[in-house]
Structures are given as C-alpha cells and as structure tokens.
Design a protein around this ligand. Structure first.
Ligand code: NI
Length: 390
C-alpha cells in the first residue's frame, strides 16, 4: 500500500470518531459554534497557529506560519443542513431538523486528520500550509465569500478542496478541467394584479393565471434562447398566492433558481427572465418586479491543477474518472475566481446502485472507508509539492 494511504488508514478509527461526533451534532450555516470550537482545539493541540472566528464561525489554522511562501491551502466546509435526518442507527443527528446530509462532517474530519499527519512532518515541509475550515457553504453570500472579503486568501498560491460523493465508489476521484459546477443565482418575480371575487374574474386582473403562464414561458429560456450546447437551468421552485379558494388575490410571487456553466449565459439570464415576466404580465394587464440575486459563480478547474491532483490520486493506487459537470453549485468557486487550484469529488459510495438518496436527501450517507482516501490525497499532494517522500 502506498505510504500516504497507509498512514491515513492507520488513522481510520480516529477519522470515523470525529466524523460521527460531528454527524451527531450538526450545526447549520453561521451556527457552527461547537464544531469550530472542536476544530480549533484540535488544531491547537497539534501546535498549529489558529485563528478562531474567521468569517464569524470559521477557523483558519496554519502549519509553518513563519516559513516563506507560497502558501498551499486545503479547505473543508463544516456546516450542516436544515433538514431532518431520516437515517437510523446510533450515530444519527441529535439536533431536530438539522443534519449533516451533504457530507461536510466528513470533510472536516478528513482535513483534521490531514493536519495531524502534516504536523508530524512539519520540519520537512518548506512552505506554510493553511487549513481553511469554512463555515456556511450551504447559503448564498456564505462562508467562502466572507473569507475572501476578510483577506484570508492572501499569499495563497494554490487551493485544494474535496467533496465526498456517494455516486462514485471508494478509491475513485471524479474531476474535470474547465467548468465543473454551475453558477447558482436566485430570482423572485412579484406580479401585481387586481384581486376580486373568484366568481367574477372579468372584474379582476388575475395574477395567478399570469404566474402560471410566466412559469411556462420561463421554460423557453433554456429551450429557445440559450444555445442548446450551453447548459442552463431556470427552475421556479416556490409559488405564493392567495389565501382563500374563492378569492382571486391581488398579487402573486414566484421564486426560483437560475444556473449556468458559462459567464456569457449567466450574464444574460436576468434580462431574459425580466423580459418574459414583464411581457406575459403585460398581456394580462399586469406589472411585475423582478429581483435577481447573483450567488455562487461557475466553478472552473484549471487543467494544470486537475492534472496535479489526478497524479497524486493515482500515486495512491486510486482511479480518476473524468466526471461530467454538475448543475449543483459550490462556493469553492469564490476561491477559484481569485487563485488557482482544484475542486474534486472523492468517491464515497459503498457499491450499492445509485439511488436518489444523494446530497441533501434525508437519508444521505457515505461509506466511511472514503475518509482515509481523502486524508491520503491531501497528504500525497502536499508531499509531492514539497518534494519529500514519506
Ligand atoms: Ni456539500
């Protein structure tokens, strides 16, 4: 077994214990107080230089802070989701309505394990390694954006992040150069009509009918405006109108998400949404107000860094697959807008066929044998960069 994987595998039990402890005590975005406390304490015990409360509830820990740069950064996100876990067993969420159902507990455990193994080799590593324990990945305007604003990327030459993925088997890394994850924006459309009695629609300007037509018409953005070779999503996910079965309400509100894998498409989505909403509403004698909020940008992996991380993973005996991009978003994109690096999916499937029980599902789960693979990859990557053998 390659040395990095052997060292990481020896940590398996500790990694599992950390991950399960976090899993049982999930904290959602901006509330990662217990989690970040545990992380900071652990890093201090390793002798790292630790900054608590980075981006409110995040932790930055640095190995070799006094050595000259360039800095290598490794990132884990720590937040859970406001979803009730439906898994069974002794290690499920003890916090009602909250659950680690995207695997960020695993990310945190893997980065702590990596910090431990690197701290033992501190003298051999000639550059600083910055461990970014990021809060609030799951919300718009989240932890990555705030860490960037607070200046925590200063001096970093390269940043690496992993996300566990149960759709890939353990021992497999899914990654691709170029656009890899989608931009993730939100929009709302307020439709202003004239309400009245449900029996006398001719005396109203029914915003529910206008809303229904707007929902349908918005689908023409992807089918008729965006180049068929450019991926895009426009989904209306929330519809609010009315308070009684026999009253036509005066207004309606639609909310949704707009995604793309390229900047030019993304830049045009707000205009198209506005145009269609206003045009359809006007046909019904009504007005609309569209709010479009830019969220996470497109995550783009530079080819050179994909090559490096792939080489490191193959050195562990793992397999690397060229993974299709996803229309899911990830705020690691905020880092890659500023500095080079790579974001990849770490196989965490147990070999059972793919089900819908994936990210953000109440029964999301991972195979914990993935944990040492993540640690070994980080370790191998750092050692290759430092030119040291284990
Ligand atoms: Ni996630």
């Amino acid at each position: 077994m390659p040395a990095a994987l052997e060292l990481a595998t020896a940590l398996q039990q500790e990694l599992v214990d950390i991950r399960r402890d976090l899993h049982q005590h999930p904290e959602i975005a901006w509330e990662e107080v217990r989690t970040s406390g545990k992380v900071a304490d652990y890093c201090e015990r390793l002798g790292l230089s630790v900054q608590r409360h980075a981006a409110k509830t995040g932790v930055i820990a640095v190995l070799n802070p006094g050595k000259p740069g360039p800095v290598l950064a490794l990132r884990a996100d720590m937040d859970a989701l406001p979803i009730q876990e439906e898994n069974a067993g002794p290690c499920v969420s003890a916090n009602p309505g909250k659950g680690h159902l995207c695997g960020h507990d695993a990310h945190t455990a893997m980065l702590l394990g990596t910090a431990k193994l690197l701290a033992q080799r501190q003298e051999q590593i000639p550059f600083p390694v910055r461990f970014i324990f990021q809060p609030a990945e799951e919300v718009t305007g989240g932890g990555a954006e705030l860490l960037v604003k607070e200046g925590h990327l200063t001096g970093i030459a390269e940043i690496i992040g992993l996300h566990v993925n149960p759709m890939l088997p353990v021992g497999c890394l899914g990654v691709r150069a170029g656009p890899f994850m989608a931009s993730m924006d939100r929009f709302s459309i307020d439709i202003e009509g004239v309400g009245g009695h449900g029996a006398m629609p001719h005396l109203t300007h029914d915003p529910v009918l206008a809303a229904a037509e707007i929902i349908m018409a918005l689908q023409s953005i992807v089918s008729r405006r965006v180049d068929p070779l450019d991926p895009a999503v426009v989904s209306v996910c929330q519809v609010d109108a009315g308070s009684a079965f026999n009253v036509i309400p005066p207004r309606a509100r639609l909310q949704g998400t707009a995604r793309s894998l390229s900047r030019p498409v993304r830049d045009r989505l707000p205009k198209w949404i506005e145009e269609i909403a206003a045009g359809v509403a006007a046909a019904h004698g009504q007005k609309t107000r569209v709010e479009y909020v830019y969220g996470t940008p497109v995550l783009v992996n530079p080819a050179e860094h994909v090559e490096k991380i792939s080489r490191a993973f193959r050195a562990l005996g793992g397999s690397v697959v060229d993974t299709r991009p996803t229309m899911g978003g990830e705020d690691f994109a905020c880092y890659l807008e500023k500095i080079p690096g790579c974001f990849a999916f770490l196989g965490a499937g147990d070999g059972t066929p793919l089900t819908a029980q994936c990210f953000h599902h109440p029964r999301f789960s991972i195979d914990e044998r993935a944990l040492p693979w993540g640690v070994a990859l980080f370790l191998q990557f750092v050692c290759e960069r430092a030119g040291i053998s284990l």
